[in-house]
Design a protein around this ligand. Structure first.
Ligand code: AQP
Length: 338
């Protein structure tokens, strides 16, 4: 039996992280966090605030620190529970960075520089194409491999990084002998890629400067409904999933994921209705889902001591597990220890 967030050898391990930038969006929620919440009790669950990853883009220190704490409270508000999961800040567990270094020495510059996210972020932040940006997927591989994770629940944008993680694990095992478990991605059937409400051909991103493009889990009802009313739709009037209707297709995906209905059911429900009515219905459904989260968030964020306690406890537990793997890895590669 598992008690609290201790590990149970019978259960598989899931691990995932989220970068503390802006606030958790509908995309992050449907692509990742909602699944973490649903899966946490059935697995040995490990979730962290990926603050080291977030340093790959310049941040204002005081604001960054506060955002990281806010994210922790947002995860708790989404129902990620210390009863079921180990929850912590990545930077509090030094083994992440240490393993990343060893993996770096087994990663080719060519494969890291081919990553789509590296190319996209380099274009977006052309004045700051730093080493960390290219190293992001190697640190992510370290996050995952440290804990012998079986499954990594993420959105589709992380698929390429997961493939690199698998490649690195296999390469290391071949070179040094069986060390790492080769993990699988867990990408949801609905919600793996939620698109921007203003450009439905691009993914919804928390760093999007256009406020109307995203919805946050802590936005109030009026804001959420307004953003959906302003969502860009397509020509025509039919509410259906079609390649030439990215705007309506995105809204159908969101509604299906929130209401747990298939796209065909949603199409039937809104047959004969106009885009305007549909947009309001999607907005209201999202707002209803996020209302209790917003309320819980207000409660958690006002209790910094509780957050500190959970985070400290989580980091201690994570460090014990991570150290086991790191010690093995250091031995395999021939580092000394006395
Ligand atoms: N639009 C999306 N649809 C579905 N899933 C998504 N995820 C992100 N955007 C979408 C998933 O959310 C988890 C956490 O993401 P992250 O914070 O680690 O990094 P990200 O993918 O870079 O997210 P953003 O929102 O685009 O952040 P910024 O703007 O800061 O770069 C991941 O599992 C991701 O797949």
């Amino acid at each position: 039996m598992t008690t609290g967030n201790t590990q149970n050898a019978q259960k598989k391990i899931i691990l995932s992280g989220i970068q503390p930038t802006g606030t958790i969006t509908l995309g992050n929620y449907l692509g990742a966090v909602q699944n973490w919440q649903r899966m946490q009790a059935d697995f040995n669950s490990i979730f962290f605030i990926a603050d080291l990853h977030a340093l790959t883009v310049r941040r204002e220190p005081a604001e960054f620190r506060q955002t990281a704490i806010n994210f922790f409270a947002q995860l708790l508000a989404c129902g990620i529970s210390p009863e079921n999961a180990i929850i912590y800040f990545q930077s509090h567990v030094r083994q992440h960075a240490e393993l990343a270094w060893i993996l770096n020495c087994n990663t080719y510059v060519g494969e890291a520089s081919r990553m789509t996210q590296f190319k996209d972020k380099s274009a977006k932040h052309a004045d700051n194409v730093n080493m960390g940006l290219m190293d992001y997927p190697v640190l992510m591989a370290a996050d995952i491999l440290l804990f012998n994770s079986d499954l990594v629940p993420v959105g589709i944008d992380q698929k390429q990084h997961l493939e690199l993680t698998r490649d690195l694990a296999i390469r290391f095992n071949n070179r040094y002998g069986e060390t790492f478990k080769v993990p699988d991605g867990y990408i949801p059937k609905t919600g793996a890629k939620i698109c921007s409400l203003q450009d439905p051909t691009a993914k919804m991103s928390k760093s999007d400067p256009d406020q109307n493009a995203t919805v946050s889990i802590i936005d109030d009802e009026a804001t959420i409904v307004r953003r959906f009313k302003r969502a860009v739709t397509d020509s025509g009037a039919e509410i259906c999933v079609r390649e030439d209707k990215p705007g309506i297709s995105n809204l159908i995906t969101i509604y299906s994921a929130i209401e747990n209905k298939s796209a065909a059911e949603v199409e039937r429900e809104f047959e004969g209705k106009g885009y305007g009515d549909f947009k309001i219905a999607v907005g209201e459904a999202v707002a209803a889902r996020f209302k209790p989260i917003r309320e819980e968030y207000a409660r958690y964020i006002s209790d910094k001591e509780y957050i500190a306690k959970i985070a400290k406890d989580g980091a201690e537990k994570a460090a014990v597990l991570a150290e086991r793997t790191l010690r093995k890895v250091k031995k395999k590669v021939g580092l000394t220890s006395f």
